[in-house]
Ligand binder design. Structure first.
Ligand SMILES: Nc1ncnc2c1ncn2[C@@H]1O[C@H](COP(=O)(O)OP(=O)(O)OP(=O)(O)O)[C@@H](O)[C@H]1O
Ligand SMILES: [Mg+2]
Length: 237
């Protein structure tokens, strides 16, 4: 049995219009893998299809040897894959604590709610201070932290983060990348969708580039930093 995520030939369409064609990629246990691409390239579509938020038209998503293609999100979460979607999707009218409890609703997380909560509050002291406050009253950056913290409450083995640093102040961007490093050091594999290409390639083990719904490049992140195409398209060099 292979371990980790294996995506092959993934294809997705919106009302018959192709958004993603033939996306194949892997994320090994313990890896950080960056998924790069311009606006509209199909990054969000791909990760939604992997996480069960969108049913692919074609292709296979295999997780630790099990075919999870087309499974609804809650069943994918129950197997250890958690997507933190783009755009700070927290429940505005629930408190910070209630948002975190929603994140822990999967059976795999239920036994460890108290421990995971302590862990999350240790990582995000600001959320601990504001635990009784409505999520809607948090700053944008704090809401983004809450979205990630909520994902952590599901006790994932693979976290897919879709644009976690979007709209954050530079100092918070740095702590976001530090958080990803820390999650990975705890044994969580991470798939990172980011516009912050240089920082992502510094952090990731491997990376893929999506262009118009297709993977056009993949390899070791360190090598991608030196790749002429990547330099020109993403690094302004
Ligand atoms: N709900 C939708 N209905 C119709 N078309 C969509 C929908 N969501 C995305 N698309 C289209 O699918 C393509 C891929 O979009 P997607 O959101 O996956 O790109 P992305 O790489 O995540 O871009 P961004 O960097 O802007 O987040 C785009 O052409 C987009 O317009
Ligand atoms: Mg997107």
């Amino acid at each position: 049995m292979s371990s980790g995520l294996e995506v092959s030939g993934l294809g997705c369409a919106y009302r018959g219009v192709r958004a993603v064609s033939d996306v194949s990629l892997t994320v090994g246990t313990g890896e950080i893998v960056a998924l790069l691409g311009a606006n509209g390239a199909g990054k969000t579509t791909s990760v939604k299809a992997i996480a069960g938020a969108l049913r692919p038209e074609s292709g296979r998503v295999i997780w630790n040897g099990e075919d999870v293609t087309g499974m609804p999100a809650h069943r994918v979460v129950a197997r250890g894959i958690t997507l933190v979607p783009e755009g700070r999707l927290v429940f505005q009218h629930l408190t910070v604590l209630e948002n975190l409890q929603v994140g822990a609703s999967s059976p795999r997380a239920q036994g460890d709610v108290a421990r995971n909560l302590d862990h999350v509050f240790a990582i995000f002291p600001r959320l601990a201070e504001r635990r009784a406050q409505n999520a809607g009253s948090l700053s944008g950056g704090e809401q983004q932290m809450l979205a990630i913290a909520r994902g952590m409450m599901s006790a994932p083995r693979l976290m897919i983060l879709d644009e976690p640093s979007l709209g954050l102040a530079p100092q918070l961007v740095a702590s976001m990348f530090e958080l990803v490093r820390r999650l990975n050091a705890e044994g969580i594999a991470v798939m990172l969708v980011e516009q912050n290409v240089h920082a992502s390639l510094k952090l990731a083990h491997r990376a893929y580039v999506l262009e118009k719904g297709r993977i056009v490049l993949g390899g070791a992140a360190a090598e991608m930093l030196d790749n002429p195409f990547v330099k020109k398209a993403f690094l302004g060099l």
